[in-house]
Design a protein around this ligand. Structure first.
Ligand SMILES: Cc1cc2nc3c(=O)[nH]c(=O)nc-3n(C[C@H](O)[C@H](O)[C@H](O)COP(=O)(O)OP(=O)(O)OC[C@H]3O[C@@H](n4cnc5c(N)ncnc54)[C@H](O)[C@@H]3O)c2cc1C
Ligand code: FES
Length: 285
């Protein structure tokens, strides 16, 4: 896998429509409706991918859904974090250790890790949007000297909705990155920020000419975050967002994920705000 030119190609030579079989190694409950699955490929081969890419996961007998990789691209196992919203995601989150699962991918253009080298990197996540950003964060921390200041701003609905909670706490304890967490609704035990994640942006000191932003979360949150960053002087060309649209083929054939002239599966899911801003008005296809 190479992302040096910002263009990512599947590392596997497997036919793109044929799922490879993997097995669930571990299953962890991460938030009230989200589970993290660790997978190992049945053939034992490593699964190479770049931060921000996604797989089509098959719950056999039910169907397929697009799910971002949420693990560390530098080492196994293959990890996905899934919110149970419909038939496929519900079936995937119920899989137990040892159960088979289909994996087709990796697909898409991921986060601009090469373009981020030498720059300060601002990651802004809303809810489960931290899952597709986590591989980028592992890469930033794993190759720390290549990047400037690293900041994670994370917003969740309630304290219980904070995914990867122990890891977020450990990132907060590091001296080589900054982490701010906010929740929309707090209980009496919460001592952190309360309010939407855009509120954290206004508190941040950053140099817009030296910063690249990677944003993932609900579409409305991403739009407000991007607009706040533009207000703070960041160029739309340096704000990257990861889009979700219903997918079928994931290889640019069926048109299911088409947004104007753009195929989210093939040309994205990560796009600059420059490219996405005119398309964001287009509702779910
Ligand atoms: C590139 C990409 C990456 C993705 N990464 C992840 C990921 O890492 N983890 C993950 O859990 N999901 C992820 N998704 C979303 C996932 O593919 C969808 O939620 C998928 O539709 C689930 O299929 P389903 O059959 O379970 O539900 P569906 O039958 O497709 O949907 C059931 C209901 O849930 C609603 N719904 C669908 N998606 C969402 C959503 N994201 N949030 C809230 N409501 C929704 C639908 O409108 C519908 O009403 C990603 C999608 C894309 C395109
Ligand atoms: S999912 Fe078929 S074209 Fe994108």
């Amino acid at each position: 896998m190479s992302d040096t030119a910002g263009v990512l190609k599947p590392a596997s030579a497997a036919p793109p429509m044929a799922p490879r079989v993997a097995h669930v190694r571990r299953r962890r409950h991460d938030a009230p409706d989200a589970w993290t699955l660790e997978l190992e490929m049945a053939d034992g081969a490593p699964f190479n991918y770049a931060p921000g890419q996604f797989n089509m996961l098959t719950a056999f007998g039910v169907g397929e859904a697009a799910i971002s990789v949420s693990g560390d691209p530098a080492k196994g196992p293959l990890i996905h974090t899934i919110r149970a919203v419909g038939p496929v995601s519900r079936a995937l989150t119920k899989l137990a250790p040892g159960d088979p699962i289909g994996v087709r991918g990796p697909f898409g253009v991921g986060w601009p890790m090469a373009q981020a080298e030498g720059k300060d990197v601002l990651l802004v996540a809303g809810g489960l949007g931290l899952a597709p950003l986590r591989p980028a964060l592992y890469r930033l921390l794993g190759e720390r000297a290549r990047y400037g200041k690293v900041t994670l701003l994370f917003g969740a609905r309630r304290p219980d909705d904070i995914v990867f909670r122990r890891e977020v706490e450990s990132w907060r304890g590091r001296f080589d990155m900054e982490v701010e967490v906010t929740v929309d609704h707090a209980g009496p035990e919460w001592r952190g920020h309360v309010g939407v994640v855009t509120g954290l942006i206004s508190r941040q000191a950053f140099d817009p000419s030296a910063t690249i932003a990677m944003v993932c979360g609900p579409e409305v949150m991403m739009r407000f975050v991007a607009m706040s960053l533009v207000d703070r002087g960041l160029s739309e060309d340096f704000i990257y967002l990861s889009m979700e649209r219903n997918m079928k083929c994931a290889i640019g054939h069926c048109g299911h994920c088409q947004l104007g002239p753009t195929f989210i599966c093939r040309d994205g899911p990560v796009f600059t705000f420059t490219r996405l801003n005119p398309l964001l008005a287009v509702k779910e296809l």
